[in-house]
Write a protein that binds this ligand. Structure first.
Ligand SMILES: [Zn+2]
Length: 597
C-alpha cells in the first residue's frame, strides 16, 4: 500500500552559498530517501525553501550595500541552480518571503495565542539613537563581561564560548555605523514552552525505538536535564513577517519561529499552484502520513522539541483559524539529523573560504561523482571529513572499478557480439549459477530497501556495492569474454544474466546516482525515464514575485519501479558509453591549493 511521505529539508539562509557540508547534511539524504519512495510508488512531497528573513540576511545586505530583497533573491536563485544541477528534486523549493507563508505563520501565531501559550514581557534592548531603531543582538559588539575579549557579540562571545546576556555587554558599539547604542525598554511576545514540556517529552519517548542516539541526546535528554523554557517570538526589526496583533506594527515575528513553519506553508503553496488547493492535507492533516526532517545537528533542538511543541500547541486551532476546518497537524515521524562534515581535517568555514562550494565543484565534477562521495562519507552518526585524496581514490577504486566498469563492460560486450541486442536466450536454460546470482540481486531490493526505510544511507549504498561485487565475481567465474569464442550459447546465458542483474542494480543505485542510472536506463533501450523532471516557475503575489523549483513526473506518467528487472531476451540495446570518469591524481594538489584562498 502506498504511503504519504513528507520529505522536509532544512531551509538554507539567504546569506551564503551552499557547500558540501550543507549538502551531505540535509539536501542529499532527503533527496535519496525521496527518490527511493517515489520508486516504491509512495506519494512523496518534498519541500523546502530559502530562509529569507532574520538578521544574517539583513547583515549580508548591509555588507553588500544592497536592498534585502535583492540579496535574498540572489542567493535563492543560486540555490535553485545548484539543486537542478545536483539532482535534488523538490516538489517545491520556495522562500519564506511569500504572502502564503505570511498567512500560515500568522495563523500559527494566532492559534498559539488563542490556546493560551503566548504571553508578553518587557525587557531592555540596545537601541541606536543614530539609526533610530532597536539593534538585533548580532548587530551589537563590544567587550565580553566574562573574559574581557573586545570582539564579543552582545548575545555570544566566540573567545570564551559563553552565551551572553545582551544588556551586560561592555563598551557596546553598533556593527552598522560604529555608534554607541543605549538600553531602552521594549516589549515582546513569548511562547511558553514550559507548558508544552510534558507533550514534547511524550512525543520524543514514543520515537526512542528508531530515532538516532545523537538526535535523542540533543532533544529528549536535554529536556529531561534542563526543561523547556519560554522563548521570545517577536523582535524589533522591519524585515520579516508582521505580528498579527494591533499596535505591534514596528515589530516582526522572530525568524526561528516562522522559518520552521515553512515546511507546512510550502506544502500549502505547492497545492495551491498545482491547482488542487486541498491536497496538502494528505501529508499535513493525516495521522498515517510519515514526515521525515533532514537537517544538520545544529538544528536538532528546533526540529525535535520546538517545532513539535508549536504544532501541538496550535493543535486543531490552526486549521480553524487558517481555513475554518477541523483537524490536527501531522507531527514529525523521524528527524534523522546528520553530524557535520569537515574538510581536510578542519571545520568548514565560508568566511575563510575553507569550503568546497556546491556550484563551484559542479563546474569540475559530475553530479553523481559528488553524490557518491557525499553518501559514502555522510556524517550519519559522527562527524566525517572531505578529503581530496580519498575522493579520487574512492571515485576510481569503487565507483568506476566496481560499478561503472561492470555496467559498461557487459553492455558493450553484448552490443558488440550480439549486434546491439540482449542475447536471445531461453530463460528455461538458465543454469544454477545464473539463477543464484539473480536471486541474490532480487533479494537486494529488500535489504537495500530496509536500510533506506531506516534512513541508513551509507549502509544502503554499501549493500548496493556488495551486490555489484557479486556480479563481478560471477563474471570472473563464468569468463564470457573467452567463452564467446568457443561456446557462444553459454556466453549468451552469462551475458543475459549479467545484463539482467545490472538492469536491477540500475534501480537499486538510482536514488543515489540518478543521472548515470537514467543514462543506463537509456542504454537498455527504455524510453520511459526513471524519474520526472525539475522545472522553475514564477509565482506572483502581493509581495511581488518569486521563483520556485518544482518537479513533474515524466510526460508518459510512468517512472521507474522498485522491483527486479524484467529484461526480455532479444531486447534492443542502445550504444553504451562509460558512465563515470576516472580522476587524475594531480587534481588532489590543485584542489587543496584552492582552499583558504
Ligand atoms: Zn568572553
Amino acid at each position: 500500500m502506498s504511503e504519504n511521505i513528507l520529505i522536509a529539508i532544512a531551509w538554507p539562509y539567504a546569506n551564503a552559498e551552499i557547500h558540501v557540508g550543507n549538502i551531505t547534511g540535509s539536501h542529499l539524504p532527503g533527496d535519496i530517501v525521496a527518490r527511493y519512495h517515489r520508486l516504491k510508488g509512495d506519494d512523496v512531497l518534498m519541500v523546502s525553501g530559502t530562509d529569507s528573513h532574520g538578521t544574517p540576511v539583513t547583515i549580508a545586505a548591509d555588507k553588500e550595500g544592497k536592498p534585502v530583497e535583492e540579496v535574498y533573491k540572489k542567493y535563492h536563485n543560486g540555490f535553485i541552480d545548484l539543486f537542478r544541477q545536483l539532482g535534488i528534486q523538490f516538489d517545491l523549493f520556495t522562500t519564506t518571503h511569500t504572502e502564503n507563508h505570511f498567512k500560515v505563520s500568522q495563523s500559527m501565531f494566532l492559534a498559539l495565542q488563542k490556546n493560551g501559550f503566548l504571553f508578553t514581557q518587557k525587557s531592555q534592548q540596545w537601541y541606536s539613537p543614530a539609526a533610530k531603531r532597536f539593534l538585533p543582538d548580532r548587530y551589537v559588539e563590544g567587550t565580553c563581561y566574562i573574559c574581557g575579549d573586545t570582539r564579543a557579540r552582545s548575545d555570544q562571545c566566540d573567545n570564551c564560548g559563553n552565551v551572553l546576556e545582551p544588556e551586560k555587554l561592555l563598551n557596546p558599539k553598533s556593527k552598522v555605523d560604529g555608534s554607541t547604542p543605549e538600553l531602552r525598554e521594549t516589549e515582546h511576545f513569548f511562547i511558553d514552552f514550559s507548558k508544552l514540556e510534558p507533550q514534547v517529552l511524550n512525543f520524543l519517548r514514543e520515537r526512542t525505538g528508531y530515532m538516532r542516539e545523537t538526535v535523542l541526546g540533543e532533544s529528549l535528554r536535554k529536556i529531561e536535564a534542563e526543561g523547556l523554557k519560554p522563548r521570545p517570538i517577536t523582535r524589533d526589526l522591519d524585515w520579516g513577517i508582521p505580528v498579527p496583533v494591533e499596535g505591534w506594527d514596528d515589530k516582526r515575528i522572530y525568524v526561528w519561529f516562522e522559518a520552521v513553519i515553512g515546511y507546512l506553508s510550502a506544502a500549502v503553496e505547492w497545492a495551491k499552484i498545482s491547482g488542487q488547493p486541498e491536497i496538502w492535507k494528505n501529508w499535513w492533516v493525516n495521522p498515517s502520513a510519515k514526515a521525515f526532517y533532514f537537517i544538520g545537528k545544529d538544528n536538532i533542538f528546533f526540529h525535535t522539541a520546538l517545532w513539535p511543541a508549536e504544532l501541538m500547541g496550535a493543535g486543531g486551532q490552526f486549521l480553524r483559524i487558517f481555513s475554518e476546518e477541523d483537524g490536527d497537524l501531522t507531527l514529525p515521524y523521524d528527524v534523522p539529523a546528520n553530524q557535520f562534515m569537515n574538510l581536510e581535517g578542519q571545520k568548514i568555514s565560508g568566511s575563510r573560504n575553507w569550503a568546497v562550494w556546491g556550484r563551484d565543484a559542479l563546474t569540475r565534477y559530475d553530479p553523481d561523482a559528488l553524490r557518491y562521495y557525499l553518501t559514502v562519507n555522510m556524517p550519519e552518526n559522527h562527524d566525517s571529513d572531505w578529503d581530496w585524496k580519498e575522493f579520487v581514490a574512492k571515485n576510481n577504486g569503487e565507483l568506476v572499478a566496481t560499478w561503472g566498469n561492470l555496467a559498461n563492460r557487459v553492455l558493450s560486450f553484448s552490443y558488440k557480439h550480439w549486434d546491439g541486442f540482449v542475447p536471445s536466450i531461453d530463460p528455461a536454460a538458465l543454469r544454477p549459477a545464473d539463477l543464484d546470482l539473480l536471486a541474490g540481486i532480487d533479494a537486494g531490493f529488500k535489504t537495500v530497501g530496509d536500510l533506506l526505510d531506516a534512513v541508513k544511507l551509507r549502509a544502503a549504498l554499501q549493500e548496493a556495492f556488495r551486490l555489484a561485487s557479486t556480479v563481478n565475481q560471477y563474471l570472473d567465474q563464468m569468463a564470457p569474454w573467452q567463452a564467446v569464442k568457443t561456446n557462444k550459447d553459454g556466453a549468451a546465458l552469462t551475458i543475459y544474466t549479467a545484463l539482467k542483474a545490472i538492469d536491477s542494480l540500475k534501480i537499486i543505485f538510482a536514488p543515489f546516482l540518478p543521472f548515470t542510472c537514467e543514462k543506463l536506463n537509456g542504454f537498455f533501450g527504455c524510453k520511459t525515464p526513471l524519474f520526472g523532471e525539475p522545472y522553475t516557475e514564477t509565482v506572483k503575489d502581493s509581495l511581488g514575485e518569486h521563483t520556485v523549483l518544482r518537479y513533474k513526473a515524466s510526460a508518459s506518467g510512468a517512472v521507474g519501479q522498485w522491483k527486479p528487472s524484467e529484461l526480455k531476451p532479444g531486447a534492443k540495446l542502445e550504444q553504451p558509453a562509460a558512465l563515470f570518469k576516472k580522476l587524475e591524481d594531480s587534481l588532489i594538489e590543485e584542489e587543496r591549493a584552492r582552499l583558504g584562498q
